[in-house]
Design a protein. Structure first.
Length: 240
């Protein structure tokens, strides 16, 4: 592809730039296995398919709410300030964040080599870049991965909450990323590995939505609105 046709690239973080999606998956699994087991909900154990179907790419509390709804469980919403041991949607979300933070601190994170290759290329051709992530951990992950200085614009879960932006699959966060870069969505590329994120890019009318298949499957990404699916972002440099 000819990157001179586009002014900017908006990247999801987990699973696109860094393999932290795997850390998130483990954290969600630990959270829900513990929660469902303690409630005696043994008829439908939590699996990785639940992560892709109900959690992947969404704001944390939305993921909690949707997974619980899939099991017919309703909890009080609570408040983002709830302690991690609170039996509320927000409490569970905060508990998951504790699992994730511990795993990140213990193991660190390295960016995908192919993603770094693409970032280097975009810097050379002058394409503006931003991160658009549902995670409130995005700044910490970027710092841990050595990518923080590459992105002046980061629209993360905290920014979205402060601005009252709807989470993915709504296009609001990606549109905010484009606005902060000062670019037209029609001349901007979105990179996403989650079905909800691909749907957000498609709904926002972006010029190109590229699905990054890290396990969801190309068919699901295409069905959600991906114009092209790759398994490694370096493929997009090789095509120039």
């Amino acid at each position: 592809m000819d990157w001179h046709d586009y002014d900017a690239a908006l990247f999801d973080l987990d699973g696109v730039l860094t393999p932290t999606a795997e850390v998130h998956m483990r954290a969600w699994r630990d959270l829900f296995v513990d929660f469902l087991t303690k409630r005696g909900e043994t008829g439908r154990p939590y699996t990785d398919a639940d992560y892709f179907d109900f959690v992947d790419g969404k704001p944390r509390y939305d993921g909690v709410r949707d997974l619980l709804a899939s099991r017919g469980i309703t909890l009080a919403e609570g408040d983002p300030s709830d302690p991690a041991d609170a039996e509320t949607v927000c409490g569970l979300g905060n508990r998951k964040n504790d699992f994730f933070a511990a795993a990140l601190a213990a193991g660190g994170v390295e960016p995908y080599p192919g993603s770094v290759v693409l970032l280097d290329h975009l810097e050379q051709v002058g394409t503006k870049v931003a991160v658009v992530s549902s995670s409130r951990n995005a700044p910490a992950v970027l710092e841990a991965a050595g990518l923080a200085d590459r992105f002046e614009v980061v629209v993360d879960g905290q920014v979205s909450a402060d601005a009252g932006l709807a989470g993915k699959p709504a296009p609001d966060t990606y549109l905010e990323g484009a606005r902060r870069l000062g670019v037209d969505p029609e001349h901007t590329v979105v990179f996403e590995d989650a079905v909800s994120g691909v749907a957000a890019g498609h709904a926002g009318g972006f010029g190109l939505v590229i699905g990054v298949d890290r396990g969801v499957g190309p068919d699901k990404l295409t069905d959600a609105g991906a114009d092209q699916v790759v398994t490694d972002l370096a493929e997009l440099v090789d095509e120039r």
